[in-house]
Write a protein that binds this ligand. Structure first.
Ligand SMILES: Nc1ncnc2c1ncn2[C@@H]1O[C@H](COP(=O)(O)OP(=O)(O)OP(=O)(O)O)[C@@H](O)[C@H]1O
Length: 408
């Protein structure tokens, strides 16, 4: 198991990771998500002892990486597939790594076969495509047959067959009881690969829950209803009937209606009573991508001005408050982020930040918050500045909604 407690990393004035606490458990694939620059790679580097935390700690099986006995046999990682000596043959590259860790040479040939590079084993890696480089990096991660595996963007550059292969590899490694921690920006892939998600934004924890809970907490299911296009009055009649029955009705771009708050049989009955014919009545469940976009909207640092002009951001369902902008250090915004799950009537979905101590502050796991919690929050609101929206309750007063069981 990987465990981070109050993990914080500063580079000069820049706080890349702030007071991050989470656990990555064995036996499942844990996805690590967050917008560009949110601190995923920095966190992974700290897990692997490549960067020292400014405060807090992270351990693997109870030890900091650098104190793990025979670490390369226990932990494998793909961080940067380009970080290889390009002049070396693929096999020689792996052989060097194996010799450094006391791994027998036959294991090199085994992993070359596992990643499908056996035919180019004698080729210099500088001639490798992006996808081949990724495969070589994955081979290196698997070399020591480790129980704990970290992959930073493993499907980057892979073709569809390679993506499917990585998906199955991750799942089978987890099914063998290993700890698999994988970052990716490919939401469709994460939806079918990961069991659990850790989501960060601007270095802070936004969510720590199963994929299923993440989607249901950050999106609303709805029904799509379509009436005959030739009879617009039927659409209006249905809209009135559904609204009167307590449904929330929004027009879809293609002329259909998006209905929230009413089950499908009720919509059907209401249409029947109003003498409205339906051409479509279908359930719709939000995708991981939709849920992720909703949750992280306020924590995105780099966004195209063209996207904004074209209105490509997610449309909010009725009744939902727009997510507040996540605080930026030095801009006097509150030290918390609260995207609203629509099914909870727009109540903020909050990750409480460390509060001024009135007793030992609670961390996300019920334990006292880590060392970073005692430090000044770089995202904290200066005295006198008004919060942009109703603040989340301190963790002692409110359930920790990053934990699905406590959120119910
Ligand atoms: N060595 C460094 N020196 C200074 N700043 C750094 C350093 N490494 C990372 N940062 C900064 O820390 C922040 C987090 O970067 P990080 O690479 O961890 O994000 P990320 O979530 O992995 O991003 P991406 O999804 O784009 O790979 C960024 O603002 C980055 O510029």
């Amino acid at each position: 198991m990987i465990e981070a407690v109050g993990l914080t990393k500063r580079y000069g004035d820049k706080t890349a990771v702030y007071n991050l606490s989470f656990q990555v458990r064995p036996g499942s694939v844990t996805g690590f998500l967050g917008p560009n620059g949110s601190g995923k790679s920095t966190t992974m580097r700290m897990i692997l002892g490549l960067d020292n935390p400014s405060s807090g700690q992270v351990t693997i099986g109870g030890y900091p990486y650098r104190k793990l006995p025979n670490a390369p046999r226990q932990v494998g990682a793909l961080l940067d597939a380009k970080a290889v000596h390009g002049g070396r043959h693929a096999r020689n590259h792996l052989l060097c790594l194996a010799q450094l860790s006391g791994i027998p040479a036959r294991r090199v040939d085994e992993v070359l076969g596992v990643v499908g590079l056996q035919d180019v084993a004698k080729k210099r890696s500088k001639g490798f495509s992006l996808g081949m480089g990724q495969r070589l990096g994955i081979a290196a991660a698997l070399l020591g047959d480790p129980q704990v595996l970290l992959f930073d963007e493993p499907v980057n550059g892979l073709d569809p067959e390679g993506i499917l292969w990585v998906r199955n590899l991750m799942k089978s490694l987890a099914a063998e009881g290993r700890t698999v921690f994988v970052s990716s920006h490919l939401m469709s892939e994460m939806a079918v690969t990961a069991d659990h998600l850790i989501v960060i934004g601007r270095g802070q924890l936004l969510a720590d829950m199963s994929v299923r809970d993440f989607i249901s907490h950050n999106s609303a299911d709805f029904a799509r209803v379509r009436t005959p296009e030739t009879e617009p009055q039927q659409r209006e009649k249905l809209t009135a009937a559904l609204t009167e029955a307590g449904g929330q009705v929004l027009p879809e771009q293609d002329g259909a209606l998006r209905v929230m708050g009413l089950p499908l049989p009720r919509i059907s009955d209401l249409a029947h009573s109003a003498d409205v014919r339906l051409w479509e009545l279908s359930p719709h469940q939000a995708s991981l991508e939709e849920a992720y976009m909703r949750m992280t909207q306020g924590a995105v640092d780099y966004r195209s001005t063209i996207d904004q002009r074209a209105g490509l951001q997610q449309e909010l369902p009725p009744g939902a408050m727009p997510p507040p902008q996540m605080p930026v250090p030095g801009q006097g915004q509150p030290g918390w982020y609260a995207p609203p799950p629509p099914q909870q009537g727009g109540q903020p979905f909050a990750m409480p930040q460390a509060q001024p101590p009135a007793g030992p502050p609670a961390g996300p796991y019920g334990a006292p918050a880590g060392p970073g919690a005692g430090e000044p929050n770089p995202y904290a609101q200066p005295a006198g500045a008004a919060p942009a929206a109703a603040p989340a309750q301190p963790s002692s007063a409110a359930p920790d909604l990053t934990k699905p069981e406590e959120a119910r």
